[in-house]
Write a protein that binds this ligand. Sequence first.
Ligand SMILES: *[C@@H]1O[C@H](CO)[C@@H](O)[C@H](O)[C@H]1NC(C)=O
Ligand SMILES: *[C@@H]1O[C@H](CO)[C@@H](O)[C@H](O)[C@H]1NC(C)=O
Ligand SMILES: *[C@@H]1O[C@H](CO)[C@@H](O)[C@H](O)[C@H]1NC(C)=O
Ligand SMILES: *[C@@H]1O[C@H](CO)[C@@H](O)[C@H](O)[C@H]1NC(C)=O
Ligand SMILES: *[C@@H]1O[C@H](CO)[C@@H](O)[C@H](O)[C@H]1NC(C)=O
Ligand SMILES: *[C@@H]1O[C@H](CO)[C@@H](O)[C@H](O)[C@H]1NC(C)=O
Ligand SMILES: *[C@@H]1O[C@H](CO)[C@@H](O)[C@H](O)[C@H]1NC(C)=O
Ligand SMILES: *[C@@H]1O[C@H](CO)[C@@H](O)[C@H](O)[C@H]1NC(C)=O
Length: 232
Amino acid sequence: MKGILVAGVFVAFAITVIDSLSCRQCYSPIESCSNEVTQCDEGSLSCVESLVNSTLGGSHYLYQNRSCSANNCTEGSTQVAFTVHVFDDQRFHFESQCCQAEACNDTSHETGTQVLTNTQCSACYSYNTTTCQEKTRQCFQGERCVHITAEFVNGTERNTVELKGCSDISESTCETLAPGNTTVGEFFFQSVKCENATIIPVTTNTPPASTGVKTSFTSSVFGSLLLLKLLF
Ligand SMILES: *[C@@H]1O[C@H](CO)[C@@H](O)[C@H](O)[C@H]1NC(C)=O
Ligand SMILES: *[C@@H]1O[C@H](CO)[C@@H](O)[C@H](O)[C@H]1NC(C)=O
Ligand SMILES: *[C@@H]1O[C@H](CO)[C@@H](O)[C@H](O)[C@H]1NC(C)=O
Ligand SMILES: *[C@@H]1O[C@H](CO)[C@@H](O)[C@H](O)[C@H]1NC(C)=O
Ligand SMILES: *[C@@H]1O[C@H](CO)[C@@H](O)[C@H](O)[C@H]1NC(C)=O
Ligand SMILES: *[C@@H]1O[C@H](CO)[C@@H](O)[C@H](O)[C@H]1NC(C)=O
Ligand SMILES: *[C@@H]1O[C@H](CO)[C@@H](O)[C@H](O)[C@H]1NC(C)=O
Ligand SMILES: *[C@@H]1O[C@H](CO)[C@@H](O)[C@H](O)[C@H]1NC(C)=O
């Protein structure tokens, strides 16, 4: 009898422990999203948080979703946070984390002062299309070049975004996402390629030697053509 009671108390305690998962829960396409944790439904195993803060195409797009999840976090890809700088003030900021059996904390990602370097990446973006019109982007300190294709939720739709630019993505995040088709929280990374930014070539006023050669070649061809024209 006593044994059963002890077992009963133990089971009740175990259930309480499982039930007590609390997560920050919030869905917001606007700035305010509460940091308060609230109790999850029974059967929740993790907390999942996703954020997209984008100014691509000149319009501000924000997606925030913090919720309890009935899934376990995937091993090796529990937290991702980075910004891709594409054109002047156009950037795509992305954060996602999965916290196994506990509430998530802020990833405290947004960077402070940014110092431009003499390095660059090719940059472009596209939604749902295959055309990505490239320009060059001068990188900030600590940034590397990325080429990312990812799917994310926009309202009720799933959009594919292709991004190239300078990013503060960490080397470990690159390694985690490099194999491709990786899910982090609500996001699906089809392909992620990172490489070091390239040094911006120094441009001088003296034309490179090859131009001279090309010019003389062109003029000799032109001259020959003129000669031919005169002959016939
Ligand atoms: C989105 O980015 C803007 C500009 O950097 C910033 O002011 C704002 O706080 C960000 N919003 C969120 C929810 O992170
Ligand atoms: C928020 O994320 C959860 C867990 O990934 C998902 O089930 C839910 O549909 C999302 N909410 C919205 C409004 O997209
Ligand atoms: C979550 O992980 C636990 C412990 O590894 C396992 O027992 C359980 O079946 C998993 N649940 C799901 C939904 O994957
Ligand atoms: C959040 O912070 C608390 C207090 O520092 C810590 O105990 C907890 O493990 C952290 N949670 C995650 C998911 O890192
Ligand atoms: C989200 O969808 C709206 C219309 O459905 C579109 O105008 C907007 O560009 C999309 N934003 C992103 C970041 O995909
Ligand atoms: C992107 O493609 C998906 C699937 O084909 C579609 O549902 C969605 O409406 C498209 N979004 C935009 C912004 O064109
Ligand atoms: C990712 O999935 C797509 C579609 O299923 C497939 O075509 C592609 O080869 C996969 N990529 C990798 C790196 O596995
Ligand atoms: C990239 O840069 C890092 C540090 O700046 C360096 O250690 C690494 O060797 C470079 N990788 C390549 C492929 O050049």
